[in-house]
Design a binder for this molecule. Structure first.
Ligand SMILES: Nc1ncnc2c1ncn2[C@@H]1O[C@H](COP(=O)(O)OP(=O)(O)OP(=O)(O)O)[C@@H](O)[C@H]1O
Length: 411
């Protein structure tokens, strides 16, 4: 009986016609068959990598560009084409893709590479040198060219650059195999932290990916929408609006594709037969809230306390919150949750960090002879942020807390 009602539940939901033909193509994991407005970058990359098809070692490459500018898509696309061509002409060439945010230690990176070539390496426990040696032996058993794509390479560098140093010198120890690397990063400055030798070796060639403009994003979306959505379900304004929103966000194609997908999901949930402008606007809000909420959730507790202090002041009717006032409330919160009280200087730094993350906006104002201070305005939706902050077990007990706000604080 119970089963039957569950069947019924899904039966009803399945009755609603989907607006999508193939939603998966809107997800970041999908590599499209062609990449509009990236011909130049595709060609540059191919021109460097073609050496592999001649059995030579291609130069190492660094690819830079802001998030969603097609770096991963281009690298993967060229990688697939290269492997395909190498099979045609019987040259052994493999392109390996590793995301350093996921595979985030030197050991795991090497273990993954070695495993790819059939070595059985435990996920922890061996000295890193030994894993490296195994990897070298495994690849050098055959004549082959290996191209390693290290996406989000800056995440790996934060843990030291030994592995990059070793990989960049690996060819001197190899007889048969040849290795080259493609590093991808959206942090233009990460090479500053590298050993100069690694820096010059990795950056033999550099390719910059500029942001897309609204027009270019529209082309990308149109191509993808025609495979993702059923015919005639998108209102005329949907693609231009998604593109305009994403172009404001430094030309981020990922954001544009997310908007296009979420707008459709919202329309579907409302049993609509079309996706319209309001769905895109709501999708924009939803994505923004989800993003901020995620950022807030992962903040260190001290930053959460500083942010919660700003919120409490706003809730008490303060329009122009200053750092001095935030610090007063912050101290009270720390005492209540039994945390160390940081100095005012440190709390001001935390506020600047929150500003950089887009959670609040702090503007420096002059208070005449009282010196300078920052006036702080929240840029996040208050209710959902409050909920996320109170999810932190240490802040949870502050749910009903009322700060003492002194008269001086009005100065
Ligand atoms: N020129 C393009 N044509 C078609 N789709 C594209 C193009 N550029 C980017 N995309 C799509 O946009 C999304 C984001 O692109 P991609 O992951 O390559 O960005 P990225 O620059 O690597 O970003 P991040 O630095 O955040 O990893 C992917 O779904 C990708 O397929």
């Amino acid at each position: 009986m119970e089963n039957k009602s569950l069947d019924g539940l899904f039966e009803d939901l399945l009755q609603n016609e989907s607006l999508f033909k193939n939603k998966e193509v809107l997800r970041p994991s999908y590599t499209p068959a062609s990449l509009p407005h990236r011909t130049e970058q595709v060609n540059t990359l191919a021109t460097i990598l073609v050496s592999a098809l001649r059995g030579d070692t291609p130069s190492n490459i660094l690819i830079y560009g802001k998030t969603g500018t097609g770096k991963t898509a281009v690298a993967r696309y060229v990688g697939i084409e290269l492997e395909r061509k190498s099979e045609d002409i019987n040259i052994e060439c493999s392109v390996l893709y590793l995301n350093c945010e996921v595979i985030d230690t030197q050991y795991r990176l090497l273990a993954n590479l070695a495993k790819h070539f059939g070595e059985d390496i435990p996920m922890t426990g061996w000295p890193t040198d030994q894993v490296f040696t195994k990897f070298k032996e495994a690849i050098d058993a055959r004549k082959q060219v290996i191209i390693i794509i290290l996406d989000e390479i800056d995440k790996l560098v934060k843990k030291g650059d030994d592995v990059l140093y070793n990989l960049s010198r690996i060819n001197t120890d190899l007889v048969n195999a040849k290795v080259s690397m493609i590093g991808i990063s959206n942090d233009l400055k990460f090479t500053e932290f590298l050993d100069p030798r690694v820096k010059s070796s990795l950056g033999e060639e550099e390719i910059i990916f500029p942001p897309y403009d609204a027009e270019q994003i529209s082309d990308i979306l149109r191509q993808r929408a025609s495979i993702a959505y059923k015919e005639n379900v998108l209102d005329e304004m949907v693609i231009p609006l998604c593109s305009a929103f994403a172009a404001q966000e430094h030309g981020d194609a990922r954001r544009a594709l997310d908007l296009l997908r979420v707008a459709g999901e919202l329309a579907e949930r409302e049993n609509e037969t079309h996706v319209g402008e309001p769905h895109v606007r709501r999708a924009q809000e939803k994505i923004e809230i989800d993003r901020i909420v995620e950022v807030v959730r992962t903040l260190p507790t001290q930053s959460k306390l500083a942010l919660y202090s700003v919120m409490l002041l706003r809730n008490n009717g303060y329009r122009n919150v200053t750092t001095g006032e935030v610090y007063n409330v912050y101290r009270q919160l720390c005492v209540n949750v039994d945390m160390d009280v940081l100095t005012q200087r440190r709390v001001t730094d935390l506020i600047s960090e929150l500003d950089m993350l887009g959670i609040l906006n702090a503007v420096v104002v002059s208070k005449g002879r009282y010196g300078r201070t920052k006036e702080i305005v929240l840029s996040v939706p208050i209710e959902s942020t409050r909920r996320v902050l109170l999810e932190d077990y240490r802040l949870g007990m502050l749910a009903g807390f009322k700060p003492v706000i002194t008269a001086q604080m009005h100065l």
